[in-house]
Design a binder for this molecule. Structure first.
Ligand code: GLU
Length: 514
């Protein structure tokens, strides 16, 4: 039985109510949505407590870190609207401090040089495995005499520096803000390596030294880092510093409970991809925050202010977060919830904001007109406001909504089959309708509707057939806003021109279908 006083629990750090958090990505790849979520949780927590959010690039792995990745991460965060109060700091700039900390631990007898070779360690490990013993380092070098050390050094033997886990019985633990009390028996903790044989300190130590220097009060990170936490708490103690409060977030898994990665899931795990797909940055933040956090109510849509208000570490879930995406599902190009949240913001943001977000894509597509910010501003805003209710991403304006802005638009094959090919009579009817409309004055909802209904009555063709055919010819789509709104938005000249050549158009579709 363990006596209670045998457990050293790091309960709550003395933060004096201050909050300083950090996001320390390793710049070895793209900004993953899981990484973005970590940044968002830290950012929200800082905002909520009027604290500071520091961006720190953990670039000590010189071989794997790239400038491209650093830029991608900064760009991604900026696009999401996640701003930082300090930084970016670069871990590599503090190499001296990291080495000094290791040196200090060595001098104070809290760490030791280990000369065991890799071969020796492998052999011992295999033997321990075979005998079903603990595979921890057997501490051969922990008690070398100063003479023995000097001798080995003189012989030029390489060494690593290991942390000397205190000789204590009982457990060490901490109160995780998400998971509660986490503890580990001292006897189970390995004398872990803090400096490699080439003299470079390990991430585990650098991270602590940086957090101490930056006066970090709360470490909010993924559960994948939990294997480090107890060791890091030991490092804080050895460096005579109070550890921060820890909060470990659940991992993000797919419905098959696999970790999501580019290799297995493709681009859909990269923040950049959402940008390219026409996501609204805030909508992605809104979605990501719900991966592993909930407000305790059914609310799913949050403004920035609401989210800052509602956010708390206690409501981060303990169990895995599910990113509901099945690769290859033709219906959903990402988690349906992400699409729905994006569509909600697309419908509800002020239309001027949507106009600004749509502009770069229109420019890239060559369908932007400067007049959309000048004399055609009102028309542009009304039109995108009218069509947005059916759209899911910003891209839809230049694809599904293309016919409003250019004569160069595509026809949905399903619409062509259903609304045109099944009704060959439209080949004559639609050009006739064009004739009828060309002198219509004024051109508004009422006059266009009256003209169309009168035409249907005279020709004896159901209005629905004419309307569906008309919609497909003038927009390329099977569905859309009310047809008279469409006619008014596209305008008389373009409607008449498009209907006039409906005969040839349908003939071409017939040839293609034959
Ligand atoms: N550099 C680590 C990572 O990218 C972060 C570790 C931490 O948050 O302490 O996963």
């Amino acid at each position: 039985m363990m006596k209670k006083e045998d457990t050293t629990v790091q309960d709550k750090a003395s933060t004096n109510g201050e909050v300083i958090v950090r996001f320390p990505p390793s710049p070895t790849g793209y900004l993953h949505i899981g990484g973005a979520r970590t940044a968002i949780f830290n950012w929200l927590f800082a905002k909520k407590h009027h604290g500071k959010f520091i961006l720190r690039i953990e670039d000590t792995d010189a071989e794997r870190s790239t400038q491209e990745s650093i830029e991608g991460i900064l760009d991604g965060l900026t696009w999401l609207g996640i701003d930082w109060d300090q930084g970016p700091y670069f871990q590599s700039a503090f190499a001296e401090e990291h080495r000094a900390a290791a040196e200090k631990l060595l001098e104070e007898g809290k760490a030791y040089k280990c000369f065991c070779t890799k071969e020796e360690l492998d052999r011992k490990r295999e033997q321990a495995l075979a005998e079903k013993r603990d595979i921890k380092y057997d501490r051969t070098c922990r008690n070398l005499t100063p003479e023995e050390i000097a001798e080995k050094e003189a012989a030029g033997l390489p060494y690593v520096i290991r942390f000397k886990v205190p000789d204590r019985t009982g457990k060490i633990g901490y109160r995780d803000q998400v998971l509660g009390l986490i503890e580990k028996d001292y006897s189970e903790i390995d004398d872990f390596v803090i400096v490699r044989s080439d003299g470079s300190p390990l991430y585990l130590l650098c991270n602590v030294v940086d957090d101490i220097r930056d006066r970090i009060t709360h470490v909010i990170r993924g559960q994948d880092h939990m294997t480090n936490t107890i060791k890091q708490i030991l490092l804080y103690e050895a460096l005579e510093k109070t550890p921060p409060v820890f909060a470990h977030m659940p991992l993000t898994l797919d419905p098959q409970k696999r970790k999501i990665s580019k290799r297995s899931h493709g681009e859909v795990v990269a923040v950049q991809w959402y940008r390219e797909q026409g996501f609204i940055p805030w909508a992605l933040v809104n979605f990501l925050v719900l991966l592993g956090w909930n407000p305790g109510t059914d609310q799913e849509i949050f403004t920035k202010e609401e989210l800052i208000q509602a956010f708390s570490l206690e409501r981060i879930s303990k169990s895995n977060a599910v990113f509901n995406y099945r690769k290859g599902d033709p219906k959903f190009f990402t988690d349906p919830k992400a699409i729905n949240i994006n569509a909600w913001w697309l419908r509800n943001l002020p239309i001027e904001e949507i106009a600004d977000m749509v502009k770069p894509d229109f420019q890239a597509q060559g369908i932007w007109e400067p007049a959309y910010e000048g004399e055609k501003r009102d028309w542009f805003l009304e039109t995108i406001d009218m069509i947005r209710s059916r759209f899911h991403t910003l891209k839809d304006f230049a694809t599904l909504g293309r016919a409003y802005f250019t004569d160069d638009y595509q026809f949905d094959p399903k619409a062509v089959r259903k609304n045109l090919l099944k009704h060959p009579e439209l080949k004559d009817l639609l050009p006739e309708l064009a004739e009828r409309l060309k002198d219509l004055e004024p051109w508004d909802l009422q006059t266009t509707e009256d003209a169309l209904r009168a035409f249907a009555e005279e020709t004896g063709v159901k209005a629905g057939i004419i309307i569906n055919g008309l919609r497909t010819v003038v927009t390329g789509q099977i569905k859309g806003p009310g047809i008279f709104d469409v006619m008014v938005a596209i305008g008389k000249d373009r409607i008449v021109a498009r209907l006039s050549r409906a005969g040839e158009l349908i003939e071409e579709f017939e040839k293609e279908a034959a």
